[in-house]
Design a protein around this ligand. Structure first.
Ligand SMILES: CC(C)(COP(=O)(O)OP(=O)(O)OC[C@H]1O[C@@H](n2cnc3c(N)ncnc32)[C@H](O)[C@@H]1OP(=O)(O)O)[C@@H](O)C(=O)NCCC(=O)NCCS
Length: 219
């Protein structure tokens, strides 16, 4: 991926609002007011969803959510995509790729599946498989880094699933439910990822949205 202007946002260089990454159980698409679930703000204020997050206990407003989406879409290093269930079309959560160190080719990933009915069904693994492929093959990420508190078993599960390896343990690092928990830091190289998913190596990482598939399409 090459940037033509210093002012290009990462989203623009990836295809703008028309970007669509097809997964097996869902599609990933940039967010705007028309696409984002009205429940997005509720996810951020849900104690169970944020059990392992530093967000726990903070209250968020809808206006903050819109401002966050706009700022991510304009950012040079952040790609914020909604996760849309393939069967129902519902916006069930978000995945964010942050290309935080261009000089060293480093990016991290964070996932929020806000609709709890969709937990434990393989959505995070599906999303990670396809966003990691997009990151390596389209954005030019050299290495992904990611971390989670040790008690967040589902977060570790999806990270190990894509081939990431544990690189460090920060002992008793974050306060979760009144107790300090270790933070597990993982790293992922393309060689380890494609060894797990060799079929993706030659596969296209994204398709453009079908024209006029929603009222927000502006060509
Ligand atoms: C963490 C989160 C992204 C996981 O998403 P998910 O779609 O439920 O995860 P998946 O169904 O793809 O499962 C991933 C792995 O975790 C395991 N898993 C899922 N839920 C689990 C649970 N409650 N306890 C233990 N393991 C669990 C799965 O079995 C799978 O591992 P496996 O391949 O070894 O079987 C989701 O729960 C979430 O968004 N939580 C709130 C925000 C959050 O914690 N984000 C991560 C911050 S680092």
């Amino acid at each position: 991926m090459s940037r033509n202007a210093a002012s290009d946002s990462l989203l623009q260089t990836c295809g703008g609002l028309d970007l669509q990454i097809d997964c097996e159980m869902c599609t990933l698409r940039p967010l705007n007011r028309a696409r984002a679930s009205n429940r997005y703000c509720d996810w951020l204020n849900d104690d169970e969803v944020n059990k392992f997050s530093q967000r726990l206990g903070q209250l968020h407003t809808a206006e903050e959510v819109w401002a966050y989406i706009e700022s991510a879409n304009a950012s040079a290093d952040t790609l914020l995509l909604g996760i849309f269930d393939l069967t129902t079309g519902a916006h069930i959560g978000n995945i964010q790729l942050k290309f935080y160190d261009h000089a060293n080719g480093l990016a991290d990933l964070s996932t929020l599946i806000g609709e709890r009915d969709f937990w434990g069904r393989g959505y995070a693994k599906d999303v990670w498989k396809h966003i990691v492929h997009f990151g390596f093959s389209v954005i030019g990420v050299r290495k992904f880094t990611m971390g989670n508190s040790a008690g967040n078993k589902a977060a570790s599960g999806k990270t190990l699933y894509v081939g990431a390896k544990l690189e460090s343990t920060k002992r008793q690092h974050v306060l979760v439910g009144g107790e300090y928990q270790d933070v597990l830091e993982y790293g992922l190289f393309a060689a380890d990822f494609y060894a797990k998913f060799p079929e993706l190596k030659a596969a296209p990482a994204a398709t453009s949205a079908r024209v006029n598939d929603d009222p927000t399409h502006h060509g």
